[in-house]
Design a protein around this ligand. Structure first.
Ligand code: MG7
Ligand code: MG
Length: 318
């Protein structure tokens, strides 16, 4: 059997040195040996054991665009909609200025922050209530931001679909914007699930966000327990996690402890000041990388080995 022969010949241990994407100068690793071991586990385990978990804002979208056009967050896309009541913008801005500093305060313990975040999302939910809203407005606003996806995001989602790897896009932002951007960009494939805050309607009027509330500090797989998605992924113990905020590294909390998790962090703001924390939190830190090249390279290795094991049988129709 040629397939098996080929597999034996080429089934070696992958070395970091042989993976160009990981040798770029802006790609930093606290423990390259650990990364190497995890990559080999992933490659040997195959796509059947993998799941992919990603943040949305500034992770699937860019932190910086070539033309320096601003990239709006999922909440920001909603706030651009013209039909929001006149008091809305001022009121949400006020909340933002009160709670955002708490969210990113380097000194306050997380347990204390949680209460404030619940307050923020609760008040924000109340503001999004009592007026009619046409979601085509959101689609219009979102259409401008599909250009803001990281370079080669399409390749990433196409490979994940092809390998049938479940993708969870986890966002503490507004799910309707996330889905709209991803749909319009053509990456909202059947293997992709978005868990986020979605608009709720009652008698034709907005009625806040649907439950459960997803905020910065409960954004992890513990909120999935009991859901259909949890059943789908909880046996997939090889996990790639991607995010741009420190808290994103916790997104796979709630999966079995034996899992191998590879955490990729995109660092852009205050690189110097944040470097140590990111290095301690993520296995791979990408400094001002506005592409999907690193996750694409990792999946290419998984795909390569997979193809050696499952060679396409010539069917004589070509
Ligand atoms: N964030 C959280 N909330 C709001 C809001 O009501 N308006 C705006 N503009 N931003 C908000 O993508 C999740 C991020 O969005 C921010 C309730 C928080 O900073 C959160 O991390
Ligand atoms: Mg983010």
């Amino acid at each position: 059997n040629d397939g098996i022969q080929e597999e034996q010949n080429s089934e070696g241990y992958m070395r970091i040195q042989d993976i160009p994407a990981l040798n770029q100068s802006h790609c930093k690793m606290r423990d390259p040996q650990l990364v190497e071991r995890i990559i080999n586990e992933f490659v040997n385990g195959g796509p059947e054991r993998m799941q992919f978990v990603s943040d949305f804002d500034y992770t699937i979208t860019k932190q910086r665009t070539e033309d320096n056009l601003p990239v709006l967050s999922s909440f920001g896309i909603f706030h651009e909609c013209k039909s929001l009541p006149p008091y809305f913008k001022e009121a949400t801005d006020k909340l933002f200025h009160k709670y955002r500093p708490i969210e990113i305060d380097p000194h306050m313990p997380v347990e204390e922050k949680v209460q404030y975040m619940i307050e923020w999302w609760t008040q924000s939910s109340k503001l999004v209530s009592g007026f009619p809203f046409d979601e085509s407005e959101l689609d219009h606003s979102a259409s401008k931001y599909k250009r803001a996806l990281r370079d080669r995001t399409h390749e990433l989602f196409a490979t994940l679909l092809h390998l049938q790897i479940p993708v969870l896009v986890f966002s503490a932002g507004l799910g309707n914007s996330v889905v709209s951007v991803m749909q319009q960009a053509g990456i909202m494939h059947a293997n992709v699930k978005v868990i986020s805050n979605f608009l709720q309607y009652r008698e034709g009027l907005l009625d806040g966000f649907q439950l459960p509330m997803i905020h910065t500090f409960n954004k992890n797989e513990t909120v999935l327990v009991g859901s259909e998605y949890y059943d789908l992924v909880h046996t997939r113990d090889h996990i790639i996690v991607m995010g741009d905020s420190i808290g994103d590294a916790e997104m796979a909390n709630g999966v079995p402890a034996s899992s191998h998790i590879l955490k990729i962090g995109f660092l852009f703001d205050h690189v110097e000041a944040n470097m140590e924390k990111y290095m301690n939190t993520f296995d791979i830190v990408l400094v001002d990388d506005q592409t999907m090249d690193v996750p694409n390279a990792l999946l290419a290795l998984v795909e390569q080995r997979h193809q050696l094991r499952h060679p396409r049988v010539a069917n004589g129709t070509s």
